[in-house]
Design a protein around this ligand. Structure first.
Ligand SMILES: NC(=O)c1ccc[n+]([C@@H]2O[C@H](COP(=O)([O-])OP(=O)(O)OC[C@H]3O[C@@H](n4cnc5c(N)ncnc54)[C@H](OP(=O)(O)O)[C@@H]3O)[C@@H](O)[C@H]2O)c1
Length: 264
């Protein structure tokens, strides 16, 4: 039996914290009374979940603690979060290495660094969890929490800047492509509604097919491109414009920025 008043506490109750809370509640993993959150107003963003302006109350009373404020906010409030006695501290803050978070909190070892992404809001998140030295029980709790909002994968923490440029920032690239494809539909005579609807269904269907098929991505592309047909015209135009390189260069710039933020 735990001595803590709450199973799970969040310092910060914004977009990402709310997505996780909705996930664990709808998964039936925890009840509302198991959770506490903090923010600057003390107004709870989720009916029935306790919320406070007192971060110390959250840290003192939570068996598992999630740090869900912006990295720059964390740096200014870290001292006020001490002492932290939680079984594990889960940090979702972009760019901050676990050792930096642990040292700011005056703890050692029981930190789990995690990089979720915004599709967590609709239960389709892709979350990377850094390999760590926490107990099996803490890792099982953390993994279950993020599986309630999507899929999870363990990676070495040294790869987190690369993770940021793939899944952390990735939803924006996909939205960008969806927007371009929708505009392509409109430019070729469709109404905005039909263009967007067909684009969204096509992207969702292509993702599902890529996930379920044994074919490589190249084979999947080839299977849509019959020789002398229509699709190859578009694919050739993308290849001639070096679209792969443009995407890779953009992602590399993203990874470099993540590295810079980690050093700041
Ligand atoms: N959004 C993403 O795509 C994404 C992806 C991966 C990781 N992350 C990380 O997740 C973290 C949260 O991001 P978010 O998008 O959820 O941000 P957000 O929506 O801006 O939420 C930030 C939260 O922090 C609270 N806050 C600010 N100052 C505080 C203080 N002194 N004490 C307690 N709470 C305070 C805010 O409360 P008020 O509303 O009262 O100001 C708000 O609830 C960030 O570190 C980010 O790097 C985000």
């Amino acid at each position: 039996m735990s001595d803590f008043k709450f199973k799970l506490g969040f310092v910060g109750s914004g977009n990402m914290a709310q997505a996780i809370v909705h996930g664990v509640l709808s998964f039936g993993m925890l009840a509302k009374s198991d959770i506490v959150m903090s923010n600057t107003s003390g107004n709870s963003p989720i009916d029935g979940v306790e919320c406070t302006v007192d971060n110390g109350y959250v840290t003192a009373n939570s068996e598992y603690l999630v740090l869900a404020v912006k990295p720059q906010v964390f740096k200014s409030i870290a001292a006020s979060l001490r002492p932290v006695n939680s079984a594990a501290v889960v940090s979702i803050m972009a760019g901050l290495k676990s050792e930096v978070v642990a040292s700011a909190l005056g703890i050692c070892g029981n930190i789990i660094r995690v990089m979720p992404n915004t599709p967590s809001k609709v239960g389709m998140g892709a979350t990377a969890i850094a390999e760590n030295h926490c107990s099996c029980e803490s890792n099982a709790f953390c993994r279950k929490m993020f599986e309630s909002v999507g899929s999870t994968v363990y990676v070495p923490e040294k790869d987190f800047d690369a993770v940021t440029c793939v899944s952390g920032s990735g939803p924006a690239y996909v939205f960008y492509f969806i927007k371009a494809m929708t505009e392509g539909g409109i430019a070729n005579g469709l109404s905005p509604e039909v263009a967007k609807s067909l684009t969204l269904a096509t992207v969702a269907g292509a993702c599902k097919l890529a996930e379920m098929s044994d074919d490589s991505l190249d084979t999947l592309i080839d299977k849509v491109c019959s020789k002398g047909g229509t699709t190859i015209q578009a694919i050739d135009a993308f290849r001639n414009a070096n679209m792969d390189k443009i995407v890779i260069d953009g992602m590399t710039a993203c990874r470099r920025r993540s590295e810079e933020l980690g050093k700041a």
